[in-house]
Design a protein around this ligand. Structure first.
Ligand code: DC
Length: 221
C-alpha cells in the first residue's frame, strides 16, 4: 500500500501521516526531513541563503538516509543523527531554498522511491503524488487556511522551546509556500487524481477520520 500526503507547510501532514501509519501498521516517511538535512549541511558550510545554489556542487560529499524504528523516523546526515537539529525556522528556510534545485531533487529521488519499493508507506511531502509515487493508490492534498496553519506551527515550535509569534511564523510560512509552489521543478501542487482535504475547521481526530474515510472509499472501489 502506498499513500501520498502532500500540501503546504503547517497543514498538519506530519501529524496525519503519523496517525494513519499507526492506524494501518505501516511506516511513515517524512520526506521534508531529507531536504532539511541538505539545508542543514548548506548552513553548516557557511553558505548564505541567497547563494544556496552552491549546494549543487557539494552533493558528492553528502550522504542522507532515513532509519525507521517503532519510535518513528530518524534522519542521518553523513552518519550523524540530525533529526532534532533540522526543526528550526532557519533550517526550514534553507530546506525550502535547496529544494528548488533540480540536482538536489534528483539526488533525493531514489532514496524516497526505494523505501516505497520495500515497504508499504504513508509518505508526506510536496511532490509525492505528482513525482515520487505517481502510482500511489491514494493521494491526499491536505490544506488549511493560513491563520490556522500558522497558529499550529507556532504551538509546535513553542513545544520545542523555540519562542516565536504567529505573525513571524505566518510571514515565514507564506515565503516558503510561495517558493515551494512556484518553483519550476516538482512544484508543490495537487496531483490531478488527489483528493483535496481542507482541515481548517477540523481537529486532529476529525482530520484522521476524514482521511480514513477517503482511503477506505478509494480502496473499496
Ligand atoms: O515538510 P517540511 O516543512 O519539513 O519540508 C521542508 C521543505 O522541504 C519544504 O519547504 C519544501 C521541501 N520539500 C520538498 O520540496 N519536497 C518534499 N517532498 C518535501 C519537502
Amino acid at each position: 500500500m502506498k499513500i501520498a500526503i502532500d500540501g503546504p507547510s503547517g497543514a498538519g501532514k506530519s501529524f496525519l501521516a503519523k496517525a494513519l501509519a499507526a492506524h494501518y501498521g505501516i511506516i511513515h516517511v517524512d520526506t521534508g526531513a531529507l531536504y532539511r538535512a541538505i539545508g542543514l549541511y548548506a548552513q553548516r558550510q557557511g553558505i548564505a541563503l541567497e547563494e544556496v545554489e552552491k549546494i549543487c556542487g557539494l552533493l558528492d560529499g553528502i550522504n542522507v538516509s532515513l532509519a525507521f524504528s517503532s519510535e518513528g523516523q530518524r534522519v542521518l546526515l553523513n552518519g550523524e543523527d540530525v533529526s532534532d537539529l533540522i526543526r528550526t525556522p532557519e533550517i526550514s528556510m534553507y530546506a525550502s531554498a535547496v529544494s528548488a534545485f533540480p540536482p538536489v531533487r534528483s539526488f533525493l529521488l531514489e532514496t524516497q522511491r526505494s523505501i516505497a519499493r520495500e515497504h508499504s508507506v504513508i509518505m508526506d511531502g510536496r511532490d509525492i503524488g505528482t513525482v515520487i509515487l505517481p502510482d500511489a493508490q491514494v493521494k491526499i492534498f491536505l490544506v488549511a487556511d493560513n491563520r490556522a496553519r500558522a497558529e499550529r506551527r507556532c504551538i509546535e515550535l513553542k513545544e520545542k522551546g523555540i519562542d516565536t509569534s504567529v505573525e513571524e511564523v505566518l510571514a515565514d510560512m507564506n515565503k516558503r509556500d510561495e517558493n515551494d509552489r512556484t518553483r519550476t521543478t516538482a512544484p508543490a501542487v495537487a496531483a490531478e487524481d488527489a483528493v483535496l482535504l481542507d482541515n481548517s475547521g477540523l481537529n486532529r481526530e476529525e482530520t484522521l477520520q476524514a482521511a480514513i474515510q477517503i482511503i477506505e472509499g478509494i480502496i473499496k472501489e
